[in-house]
Design a protein around this ligand. Structure first.
Ligand code: ASP
Length: 439
């Protein structure tokens, strides 16, 4: 048995947290490859080291003095080193970082140092080999992650190393320049390493015991999810469910490796299993509810649209030409609606409207702003009669007006558009009808 274990920032924010992580790793010798994040918040008003690095580098970039800010970052690491009574110092690394900041080595490089330095401490603490992610996580010259090249190089490297620490979040371009993934990207690194080492399980350790059915900021103490499929998770995380980076499932999916989300502060909890497929039924018909505010709909009407070949293509071309990606596109006989992110669309709305008029010659175009989309996701919905009926009657009882409905033919999810103001009420109503009512 071989495992990759990734620890998030809150699991590595202090020496105390590091000790818990050390105990977890030492308790199971199959935990052979470790992916650390940068130290996160020790308490809610604290600042993550990654954010401190961004702030510090912003000063360097403006040519201002950043000594105090860099010293505060060093202090965070020294607190951990001293708390663990390690025989090491990061003085030499900080000298290099200081020079690189002054030479404007780049924002990505700056942010990556959080994981790099934490990886150094972790390797020393565990007695594992340190592998710099810049040598094994590779991006192409356009800055796109190069999955196959990385997999080749990394698997060769790991086959020679029984136990290693690979810092999360970053890699390098072909010329060696450091490049990071988007925020929370250590989850992706963990998945890449899991694939390359062909491990049995990718354990992703964080500060919650797995996924909850919905957002705890909206529902008090929502129930947890025991098992979820990659596809369900993709739908939910795309629609805003946190915990795991939305791109983290792609590498492990290639090898069918399950991900187990675990809680560093409650290691005995089972957490959530993310799997390719399962015969385990979810406890409720739905697996999860997620959603986002801040969408706009562009409603386009034209008589006899149904018989005009190429109408949809012409409309979508206008969005493409303006660099706007669309989320959903429900249509009627003579109407077509395109849902887009309001912040992406706002500045370009008049170009889009005139572009559509010019190319597709519709009768009218109407824009509606401040909409929210809610995804109700569940493998249990397939072929189950009455699920949509229950959702919409619950929403009607809660006095929520439904503006859009979109159900993919996979029957894995139903997307509902409501006004931003109805967002929380709608999620409560759906949660209650499927979960509270069956407890
Ligand atoms: N430290 C980075 C962040 O705060 C990456 C990570 O934690 O995964 O986003």
């Amino acid at each position: 048995m071989k495992k990759v274990v990734k620890f998030g920032g809150s699991s590595l924010a202090s020496a105390e947290q590091f000790k818990k992580v050390g105990n977890i790793i030492r308790a199971d010798e199959s935990r052979r490859y470790v992916i650390p994040s940068a130290p996160g918040k020790r308490f809610s008003a604290d600042t993550k080291v990654t954010d401190m690095l961004y702030g510090c580098y912003a000063l360097a970039e403006e040519g201002k003095n950043f000594d105090k800010e860099l010293e505060a970052i060093k202090e965070r690491y020294n607190e951990i080193i001293n708390g663990l009574k390690l025989d090491m110092t990061l003085d030499a690394e900080f000298e290099v970082i200081k020079k690189d900041f002054a030479n404007k080595a780049g924002k990505n490089y700056a942010a990556s140092r959080g994981e790099f330095l934490n990886g150094k401490i972790m390797a020393n603490y565990l007695g594992y080999t340190f592998i710099d992610a810049a040598e094994v996580i590779l991006f192409d010259k356009d800055g796109e992650f190069d999955a196959e090249k990385t997999n080749d190089k990394l698997s060769k490297r790991l086959s020679k190393t029984d136990n290693a620490v690979v810092p999360g979040f970053y890699g390098a371009l072909p010329d060696g320049t450091v490049k990071t993934f988007s925020r929370g990207g250590s989850d992706i690194t963990g998945s890449i390493v899991a694939r390359a080492a062909k491990v049995d399980i990718y354990e992703n350790w964080t500060d919650v015991s797995g996924f909850l059915i919905t957002d705890p900021r909206i529902i008090d103490n929502p129930v947890g999810i025991d098992t979820i499929t990659y596809k369900e998770l993709r739908e939910l995380s795309y629609m805003g469910a946190g915990v795991l980076h939305e791109d983290a499932i792609f590498p492990v999916r290639i090898e069918g490796i399950p991900i187990n989300i675990k809680n560093t502060n409650r290691p005995e909890d089972n957490g959530t299993w993310i799997v390719e497929s399962t015969c385990q039924k979810s406890k409720y018909i739905i697996t999860g509810i997620a959603g986002k505010k801040g969408f706009c709909s562009i409603n386009i009407e034209k008589d006899k649209m149904n018989s005009e070949v190429g109408f949809g293509r012409k409309v979508l071309n206008v969005f493409e030409d303006n660099g706007i990606s669309f989320e959903h596109m429900p249509s009627g006989i003579d109407t077509l609606t395109v849902f887009v992110h309001q912040d992406e669309f706002m500045d370009k709305e008049q170009q889009v409207v005139s572009g559509i008029h010019r190319i597709a010659k519709p009768d009218t175009i109407e824009i509606e702003a401040d909409l929210a989309l809610i995804a109700v996701v569940g493998r249990g919905m397939k072929s189950q009669r009455g699920t949509a009926g229950r959702i919409f009657s619950a929403l009607a009882h809660a006095d929520v007006n439904v503006k859009m409905i979109d159900q993919g033919s996979s029957e894995l999810n139903i997307i509902i558009g409501v006004s931003n103001n109805d967002f929380e009420t709608a999620i409560k109503a759906i949660y209650d009808i499927f979960v509270t009512a069956s407890i």
